[in-house]
Design a binder for this molecule. Structure first.
Ligand code: TRP
Length: 332
């Protein structure tokens, strides 16, 4: 039997998980459970590049794990773990910093954006973050990294770092390919459809654990478009708000854009917006309920993240030992 290809991804628990994380990432992860050998983690070490409230970080990390499971990621078939529980990330992260150039890190657009936003805390971790991300990835020798547009530059850098290292020491790291899923919605903000749905614009963001009435209110207030046509038609260039709602509706119901256009042909936005809201509410309801149940079962959750960290650590350690040997560290 062929070995399965390895896939890895992580999300920072710096904000509550939202519909964009679900439709754009987690839902696809669930569908790939059988096809790949999967590692998914809570990137808690990355979040502290920006100041966090400790109690919130802890709550969001566990909630993120409970939601991964509630969304259908089976912990028996996927390795689910908390980044800080696998010390090899920090260890390889340090090594790779020494193989990452100042100039490369200076060119990262996320660093430029975040340092502009947090002028009072432009710390070394924020600058060196892509080296830690490279370590996150390269430890598991994955074939693919499924990431969004905003992380492409970091994935490119990961490949450059891996190639640089391999060039000196031989084939230590597998060079991972970015993975562009066949489906998967890029969910935009409900009230600013030219930017990605994000926690930083809460009114345009649907959180996974949010109450149904709040979800409905946000959909009713969603921006459609500035023309007076009042017609549900897929036209991302001229009607980005409507296109975004259609893509959310399509991702949840499986209906094509043509089917959605004919379904709402005669009713305009007044009916369409609450219909999308209903679909989202019903999609999230069982997930929220299951996540709440899992969160209450501390022993189960603890068992999942401990088992996950053990499995991850086993694999990560093999890569790290190889790296330490190659660079000349004395074996423990
Ligand atoms: N940098 C990613 C983000 O901000 C999160 C992340 C950290 C990640 N390490 C990773 C994603 C490794 C994929 C692979 O969204």
């Amino acid at each position: 039997m062929d070995e399965k290809k390895v896939m890895l991804s992580g999300i920072q628990p710096s904000g509550d998980l939202h519909l964009g994380n679900y439709l754009g990432a987690i839902k696809n992860w669930v569908e790939r459970t059988e096809e790949f050998d999967n590692y998914y983690f809570m990137a808690d070490m990355h979040t502290i590049t920006v100041r966090q409230t400790p109690a919130d970080l802890r709550r969001r990390t566990l909630e993120q794990l409970a939601l991964y499971i509630a969304c259908g990621l089976d912990p028996e078939k996927n390795t689910l773990f908390i980044q800080s529980h696998v010390p090899q990330h920090a260890e390889l992260g340090w090594v790779l910093q020494c193989y990452t150039m100042f100039g490369e890190l200076s060119r990262m657009t996320q660093f430029k954006d975040k340092s502009a936003k947090h002028q009072d805390n432009i710390n070394a971790g924020l600058f060196a973050y892509p080296s830690l991300m490279a370590a996150d990835i390269l430890l598991y020798q994955p074939d693919f990294i499924p990431v969004g547009e905003d992380q492409k530059q970091h994935c490119e850098l990961t490949r450059d770092i891996a190639q640089r290292f391999n060039h000196v020491y031989g084939d230590v790291f597998k060079i991972p390919e970015p993975y562009i899923p066949k489906t998967g919605a890029r969910v935009m903000s409900l009230n600013a459809p030219d930017s990605k749905m994000s926690k930083s614009i809460p009114e345009g963001c649907i959180f996974m654990m949010e109450k149904p009435e709040d979800i409905q209110r946000k959909f009713k207030r969603a921006i459609t478009d500035s023309d007076t046509e009042n017609c549900v038609r897929f036209d991302p260039a001229n009607k980005p708000g409507v296109a975004n709602l259609m893509s959310i509706y399509s991702a949840i119901t499986g209906k094509s854009y043509a089917e959605i256009e004919s379904e709402f042909a005669c009713c305009g936005y007044g009916k369409f917006k609450p219909a999308v809201g209903d679909a989202v509410v019903e999609c999230l309801r069982p997930i929220r309920e299951e996540a709440t149940r899992i969160l209450a079962d501390k022993a189960y959750l603890e068992n999942v993240y401990k088992t996950g960290a053990e499995k991850a650590s086993y694999v990560a350690n093999k890569t790290l030992r190889k790296v330490y040997k190659k660079i000349g560290f004395v074996a423990r």
